[in-house]
Design a protein around this ligand. Structure first.
Ligand SMILES: *Cc1c(COP(=O)(O)O)cnc(C)c1O
Length: 370
């Protein structure tokens, strides 16, 4: 008998990331993974390159300098920060530490796909709370609570819907959850909000009964997804738990150096935020001109509803791909009528608008349906 994994593992469907290549196109426009339109700060790239003579050395396992930089940037105690190989790393650790067989983890209907995957990997039973208007619904989430609930995962803003629960509602969720239930606020898109510090989530972590965690990432506005770096802001007892179970060097040396430089380049971050707001508005209007509504627009992407415009999203996807544009089909999220489009450069957004216009006025793309 060959080795078999723990029960439940083989029922997990592997995550499918955004595609990066298209046959027949040398230059593709990749708008499938919300990677940040302007890429990393040149200072972050320089800091990354400066590490090349040292890559035989292990990084600082405690990421002290990076945690100090994060703390200084957002006014947080570095002792309450834990870094990881992307926020994914931390979400997985939290699911393991606070879930497990016999427990239930609550996720939202159109949650980020990794939330239920990590919960299942932990052996937890996943309980899915219905949304209202593609937005998390606090009453539905609270109705999912049972004596076995130990963990609630909520991305705010959420990916892929782009919708956001008002923080007052998140507070109501926290108040309604039993004290022993851990609430994880996945704030991967925090830096695109009007309050990029995400103060409301930080206050919740500080005020709630040591039972709330916020996770953040360097993969989106900082444009460092390829380096894998995220962090959690957590109560001291949870920091202690994460430090006991994380792999000792889960933030690589070049990643730590690049992230410190990225945090320092405030102008680049500001430019990225302004760029995103401008072109997100522009793309929403370009889509609206063809009767294509979008759902939430809180992040660096829009969820375009082709079905609501009476058109086939798969055909629209094919028409975009024919022009070398890769966006994210949403069938895997149960939203087959939608495409998620990351905000890219102005040139990339113009190419999307042109392709959508051609698709909406012609029949070329519809061939994909046959
Ligand atoms: C992109 C994303 C993440 C993961 O980011 P990494 O730090 O690259 O692992 C987590 N949550 C949500 C909602 C995301 O969209």
């Amino acid at each position: 008998m060959p080795p078999v994994p723990r029960p439940g593992i083989l029922e997990i469907a592997a995550y499918v990331g955004g595609e990066a290549r298209l046959g027949g196109h040398n230059r593709v426009i990749k708008l499938s993974s919300n990677e940040g339109a302007l890429g990393p700060s040149p200072l972050a790239v320089a800091a990354y390159e400066a590490e090349k003579g040292e890559i035989h050395r292990y990084p600082d396992g405690g990421a002290a300098e990076l945690r100090a930089a994060i703390g200084a940037a957002w006014g947080l105690d570095p002792e309450r920060i834990v870094c990881g190989a992307g926020s994914d790393d931390l979400l997985c650790l939290l699911a393991q530490a606070y879930g497990g067989p016999g427990t239930e983890t609550i996720v939202t209907e159109h949650a980020f796909a990794m939330h239920p995957i990590y919960a299942r990997y932990a052996g937890s039973t996943v309980v899915t709370a219905a949304e209202r208007g593609l937005t998390a619904d606090v009453d539905a989430m609270l109705a999912c609570v049972s004596p076995r609930t130990t963990l609630v995962l909520l991305a705010n803003p959420n990916n892929p819907t782009g919708t956001m629960l008002p923080w007052e509602e998140v507070r109501r969720l926290r108040r309604g959850l039993p004290e022993h239930v851990l609430l994880v606020l996945d704030a991967a898109y925090a830096e695109y909000l009007d309050d990029p510090r995400c103060s409301a989530a930080i206050e919740l972590v500080d005020e709630a009964g040591a039972n709330t965690v916020m996770t953040r990432t360097f993969s989106k506005i900082y444009g460092l997804g390829g380096l894998r770096l995220g962090w959690a802001y957590a109560p001291a007892a949870i920091v202690d738990v994460l430090n006991r179970i994380r792999s000792p060097f889960n933030a690589s040396r070049p990643a730590q150096a690049a992230a410190i430089a990225a945090l320092a380049d405030v102008r680049h971050v500001e430019a990225s935020r302004a760029h995103n707001a401008r072109w997100r508005r522009w793309l929403v209007e370009a889509l609206a001109a063809h009767g294509i509504p979008v759902h939430g627009t809180a992040g660096n992407f829009v969820l375009a509803d082709f079905a609501a415009a009476g058109r086939d999203a798969a055909a629209a996807d094919a028409a975009l791909r024919a022009r070398g544009i890769i966006v994210r089909p949403m069938g895997g999220y149960g939203l087959p009528g939608c495409l998620r489009i990351s905000i890219g450069t102005g040139e990339e957004m113009a190419a999307v608008a042109e392709a959508v216009a051609a698709f909406m006025s012609g029949t070329a793309g519809e061939r994909a349906r046959a």
